[in-house]
Ligand binder design. Structure first.
Ligand code: ATP
Ligand code: MG
Length: 254
């Protein structure tokens, strides 16, 4: 059975897309069949997978609105070795159009049910908002992965996210789990970072991934080349951390 992971945090710039791309590539390197769904109108997961978001069609926009089948919208990331359901800025308008559509929260789940058996892992890169798009991701997902930076306000933001997940469990998806919290852009020289990281472990225990993603310039450089860092510089600290994360995620399944 496929595992469907929503990669979400309503806070912007915490490493959701970077994690989605590099986890997809790392799981592919381990021989797993992976689909990466770009659910953000920014289309960064699409670009970072080596696709041209301006000229790609159909996208997830047409799929959510029922204008295209999910199969016809799937693309291959030749750089990453996984499949991509791409997005671009049209999705921003699509979210508004979705509001008036019947079953608006279950559109992604329905579309995904047609192809999910072809994959071991489906990763959904969510936008930085607890919006209808993110609700669609949480309704379709088996679990949520929460990338976060260990900063002062990080725990506060987490409370809203956990509340949203609880509400989704009651209304739309009773089996939704928190797969784990992922510390990203980690800099152990910063004492506040270390303290927030310790607080996180106290509050969430084994829900915090043992793998920590370090701040690493190669991770930031890779997307402009349309490559995951695990290909772009396979021996960089960032790449090694994402390969470790993939092993940890695969371990959760067994
Ligand atoms: P948004 O909320 O806008 O979708 P996001 O949560 O998806 O953002 P990313 O786009 O993955 O976050 O990362 C934000 C920025 O931080 C990017 O410029 C990215 O290259 C950089 N970045 C992410 N992870 C790392 C890392 N481990 N080391 C250095 N830079 C990183
Ligand atoms: Mg993003």
């Amino acid at each position: 059975m496929s595992k469907i992971l929503a990669i979400a945090n309503q806070k912007g710039g915490v490493g959701k897309t970077t994690t989605a791309i590099n986890l997809a590539a790392s799981l592919s390197l381990a021989g797993r069949r992976v689909l990466l769904i770009d659910l953000d109108p920014q289309g960064n997961a699409t670009t970072g997978s080596g696709l041209d978001k301006h000229n790609v069609t159909p996208t997830i926009y047409q799929v959510l609105l029922g204008q295209s089948s999910i199969r016809s919208a799937l693309k291959k990331s030749s750089e990453g070795g996984y499949d991509v359901l791409p997005a671009n800025r049209h999705l921003a308008g699509g979210e508004v159009e979705l509001v008036d559509i019947k079953g608006r929260e279950t559109r992604l789940k329905k579309a995904l049910s047609q192809v999910q058996d072809q994959y071991d892992y489906v990763l959904i890169d969510c936008p930085p908002a607890l919006s209808l798009l993110t609700v669609n991701a949480f309704t379709a997902a088996s679990a949520v992965m929460i990338p976060m930076q260990c900063e002062y306000y990080a725990l506060e933001g987490l409370r809203d996210l956990v509340e949203t997940i609880k509400r989704i469990r009651i209304k739309l998806n009773e089996t939704l789990q928190i797969e784990g919290l992922l510390r990203t852009m980690y800099d152990p020289r910063n004492s506040l970072t270390r303290q927030v990281s310790d607080d996180l472990e106290d509050h969430f225990g084994d829900k915090v991934y043992r793998t920590v993603i370090p701040r690493n310039v190669r991770v930031a450089e890779a997307p402009s080349h349309g490559h995951p860092v695990v290909n772009f510089d396979a021996t960089s600290r960032g790449a090694l951390a994402y390969l470790d994360l993939a092993r940890e995620v695969m371990g959760h399944n067994s």
